[in-house]
Write a protein that binds this ligand. Structure first.
Ligand SMILES: [Zn+2]
Length: 293
């Protein structure tokens, strides 16, 4: 079986700004968990007049850490990769404290309605400026280009730091674990297409919003794509073997699963089934699935 080699080697240094490159610093929020690993990585872009990418959850200690890390500087922009609760809620208080304007992609609510993982979405964030694919946000000494990467969430956007050929990749691709793709906000077809999009780029380093950076973007992204394809094969094989309910498929595929992650595994399986149904490989009747080919 194709096993992804995860990189769990990461020291979060809560409350401190870690210098990553001439234009990039990282402050990790102290919100570790099964979906956030060691916490949310907030990035400071530039020197003197800076952008904050992914301010993080509404956390007073993290707000203080960001303000401390940028004291004596001007925060001119706040960018959000997507509106999950561990990424965008602090934007409002940070904007209030700094006067910066907020940026992010808009969310297509109509396409993403239905049951979702508890409190995972930040319903309050509404950007001052909507970021579309390829839009360049120019600051003082830095330029960030929006790279629309839906899949993990419909409004997911990565930001390319053009001066350094690096990509602030949010939750799209991470080195410590696979990303959650859970309907209705997550969409497997979009996710696979966004992985292909990354493979065509020439980023030299990826900076995910959780865990360590990745210095070999194509290897990591290619590995994740292969892993998703393998999962899809497994789901299709179970449906062909006669498993009709999602629960049966989850039990057969995710052996030795941490019970805390059962909900996510179930939604991920649903996302694969949805993708198979969209391509007419599987048919759904009520809550039951059957193979068409
Ligand atoms: Zn997320």
């Amino acid at each position: 079986m194709n096993k992804l080699a995860f990189d769990l080697n990461f020291e979060p240094k809560y409350g401190h700004a870690v210098v990553l490159s001439p234009l990039l610093r990282r402050v990790t929020c102290n919100n570790p968990g099964p979906f956030t690993f060691t916490g949310t990585n907030t990035f400071i872009v530039g020197r003197g007049t800076v952008a904050i990418v992914d301010p993080g959850p509404d956390d007073g200690g993290h707000l203080a850490a960001i303000l401390r890390a940028t004291s004596g500087e001007t925060v001119s922009h706040i960018l959000v990769t997507h509106t999950h609760a561990d990424h965008s809620p602090l934007a409002a208080k940070l904007a209030e404290a700094t006067g910066a304007r907020t940026y992010g992609a808009l969310f297509n609510r109509a396409r993403h309605d239905g049951f979702r993982l508890d409190a995972s979405i930040d319903e309050t964030f509404s950007p001052d400026f909507a970021v579309g694919d390829s839009d360049v946000i120019g600051g003082t000494g830095w330029n960030l280009q929006g790279v629309s990467t839906p899949g993990h969430m419909g409004n997911h956007t990565a930001y390319a730091l053009l001066e350094e050929k690096s990509l602030l990749v949010g939750d799209h691709v991470m080195a410590w674990a696979t990303s959650i793709v859970a309907p209705p906000d997550g969409h497997m077809g979009d996710y696979m297409a966004s992985l292909q999009k990354l493979l065509k780029r020439d980023d030299e380093v990826l900076h995910p919003a959780h865990g360590p950076l990745a210095k070999n973007p194509k290897k990591l992204t290619g590995g994740i794509l292969a892993h998703r394809n393998m999962r899809e094969e497994m789901v299709l094989a179970r449906v062909k073997a006669g498993d009709r309910a999602v629960e049966d498929i989850v039990k057969a595929i995710y052996v030795d699963l941490d019970p805390k992650l059962h909900g996510a595994a179930r939604l991920s399986t649903l996302a694969h089934l949805e993708h198979l149904v969209e391509r007419a490989l599987v048919e759904m009747r009520g809550a039951f699935y059957s193979a068409l080919k």
